[in-house]
Design a protein around this ligand. Structure first.
Ligand SMILES: Cc1ncc(COP(=O)(O)O)c(C=O)c1O
Length: 381
């Protein structure tokens, strides 16, 4: 096995979540826990600690037990799965929703359902590893377009029209890139796909609950050009598990053919129940995501005032590029000493030479967190 330099090694650290801070277990000088403000998790709305979600999961656990004990097509389907699928489908305005135990798995299923050895996949340069694994497993040929670059995407679509593919190409992108914090113009991508008769898969893992009309993601309200979206409950929804949403025809194809749907234990009912409660909370408070977005824009402009190249994007993920692995890790540890948790993101997660700090703006942060961050982060060197 190739030996990695120290700055590339990953280690598992253990956390105890609290209402406002995370306890990093056993990492103080005398092995005690230290308390850090969470500017790193994807729990954007703080729902993972919300008593209403916990109560919903608890009630389901008491009435139905913990695990589903079977796959969806054998004995694993419970009324809570059907309710969640139906309510999500209404909320998103898409005909069919199918649940999966994780977003990674949903993405594998999505690509496998839409691509095979004869397909040309045209994918953004920065799509998530799970989508890449899906492409690999499908055996499809793949071409990448420069990140969020519509001209580049159109050139590839034009080329494939000239080459007369035997089946429509599949374009894959995300609506909020988790390591960049950026979002493409989904409406324009959908239009391009419609014009060139391509299919489009959009991973909305980080947008749902936060971006788009009432937090319903950036695909919401686009009536043509989008074939399927994937979403997860492990981020803004504060629970776990995931789903694919599409039209009836593609949904039925998924149900009948997807091994990733069929040959796995159904999503644990308490998690489904917490996800449904999160959905209901979002429906009752439709401006939660918008308020977080506004807060994130304040953070962006304050960081820019302090010399951090105005970080791109509209959502709660702010990527502060530092360049070197060592520099990013040093900043992470310095901030930890001052009670702030942000994570240094290094290759292979991001391209060589672009190591960065990933700062997450969350809606239940203590007051003055931004002030504290600006003070301890300092100006960009
Ligand atoms: C863009 C994106 N898609 C999919 C996933 C996988 O979701 P899950 O955590 O539910 O497996 C992630 C999680 O890291 C992600 O960032």
């Amino acid at each position: 096995m190739k030996k990695l330099p120290n700055s590339r090694l990953r280690k598992i650290r253990t956390w105890e979540p609290g209402e406002k801070t995370f306890q990093l277990i056993g990492s103080g000088k005398n092995n005690e826990s230290i308390s850090l403000i969470d500017l790193a998790s994807n729990d954007y709305l703080g729902l993972s600690q919300d008593p209403r979600l916990i109560e919903a999961a608890h009630k389901t656990m008491i009435s139905e037990g913990l695990g589903a004990g079977g796959s969806r097509l054998v004995t694993g389907t419970r009324p809570i799965h059907i309710k969640l699928e139906e309510e999500l489908s209404k909320w998103l305005g898409l005909e069919r929703v199918l649940l999966f135990p994780s977003g990674f798995q949903a993405n594998l299923a999505a690509v496998s359902a839409l691509a095979n050895r004869k397909t040309l996949v045209i994918a953004d340069k920065f799509i998530h590893h799970s989508l890449l694994m899906g492409i690999k497993a499908s055996g499809a040929k793949v071409k990448r377009f420069a990140h969020n670059n519509m001209d580049d995407l159109e050139k590839l679509l034009q080329k494939c029209e000239l080459n007369k593919q035997t089946q429509p190409p599949l374009v894959i992108t995300e609506s909020l890139f988790s390591m960049e914090g950026t979002s493409p113009d989904i409406r324009e991508i959908a239009l391009l796909c419609e014009n060139y008769q391509a299919r489009l898969l959009v991973d909305e893992a980080h947008s749902l609950g936060v971006l788009g009309n009432q937090g319903r993601g950036l695909c919401h309200g686009i009536s043509k050009g989008i074939t399927m979206i994937s979403g997860t409950f492990g981020k803004a929804f504060g629970s776990g598990g995931a789903f694919l949403a599409t039209n009836n025809t593609v949904g039925e194809h998924l149900l009948q053919t997807s091994g990733a749907f069929r040959y796995t234990t159904a999503l644990a009912p308490p998690l489904a129940s917490a996800a449904l409660e999160a959905l209901r909370l979002l429906k009752a408070n439709p401006n939660k995501g918008k308020r977080l977005q506004e807060e994130a824009m304040v953070w962006r402009s304050e960081l820019a005032n302090q010399g951090w190249n105005c970080p791109k994007g509209i959502g709660p993920i702010i990527s502060l590029e530092i360049g070197t692995d060592e520099g990013s890790l040093k900043k992470q540890y310095e901030l930890e000493e001052h009670g702030l948790l942000t994570i240094a993101i290094r290759p292979p997660t991001v391209p060589e030479g672009t190591s960065r700090l990933r700062v997450i703006v969350r809606s239940n942060l203590p007051t003055n967190t931004l002030k504290k961050l600006l003070f301890h982060l300092g100006e960009k060197q």
